[in-house]
Ligand binder design. Structure first.
Ligand code: DC
Length: 225
């Protein structure tokens, strides 16, 4: 079925700048923003609070099906809710980033979160940010972008982001975490992090934030004209 406004799939590795770019692009176009990584982080958080292991795919799949994961709109952008409670701050830690990467390996988890992601984007006029949006969640997305940057650049940005949130962050530790997470995300058997064959690659190393946003907005407008 055709949509009147496009689905924009914005995929790429951790720290490529997806979140801030997706937020600004959605704002510029008047589109809804869906940060799909937040759903995996929310599941990792719920599991850790309920004593469910990040390695237990079956139990995680059941938990994901039971939980009410969603977003509520605020002036600063959408924030994750877990069973109706705002948990945005609790999911934005290094530990929950690691947990999200671990829980996202399980096919049961990916299956359980697929329906939520599709429901959030099906009307179009939406920017979905993640790892497998253009390949699995919306293979028919009208615009597919794969955002990358060197690991060193991504680590630098993550450290700045964590410090801005008042958290301690060590560059070397963050860099080795990113390399480890890239390997895990891109080598898992189910929905690995890979660019869709028809995705446009945008390497953000050395580009300013504004340049990246302008490039992505330009690509979307091109497809809409
Ligand atoms: O973008 P992020 O750092 O919030 O994502 C956290 C983890 O969630 C990431 O390491 C892999 C996983 N993830 C995924 O597997 N598929 C998505 N569409 C989004 C995130």
């Amino acid at each position: 079925m055709s949509r009147s406004r496009p689905v924009v799939a914005l995929d790429g590795p951790a720290g490529a700048g997806k979140s801030s770019v997706a937020q600004q692009v959605a704002r510029a176009l008047g589109f809804v923003l869906v940060d799909t990584g937040a759903l995996y982080r929310g599941l990792a958080l719920a599991a850790s609070e309920r004593g469910v292991s990040w390695d237990d795919g079956l139990a995680l799949g059941r938990l994901a099906a039971e939980l009410k994961l969603g977003f509520h709109a605020t002036e600063s952008g959408p924030r994750l809710t877990l069973d109706g409670v705002d948990r945005e701050d609790a999911i934005r830690t290094l530990s929950m980033g690691d947990g999200a990467s671990r829980v996202s390996r399980h096919p049961e988890v990916r299956e359980a979160l697929l329906g939520i992601q599709r429901a959030l984007g099906s009307d179009g006029g939406v920017v979905l940010e993640g790892r497998d949006i253009g390949t699995v969640v919306f293979p028919d997305a009208e615009v597919k972008i794969f955002l990358t940057a060197s690991a060193a650049e991504r680590a630098k940005r993550r450290v700045m982001d964590l410090r801005a949130r008042g958290q301690e962050a060590n560059l070397e530790e963050v860099l080795s975490g990113i390399v480890e997470r890239d390997t895990r995300d891109s080598t898992r058997p189910v929905a690995p992090l890979t660019a869709a064959a028809d995705a446009v690659h945008v390497d953000t190393t050395g580009l300013s934030f504004e340049e990246v946003v302008a490039k992505v907005v330009g690509l979307v407008r091109e497809r809409m004209s």
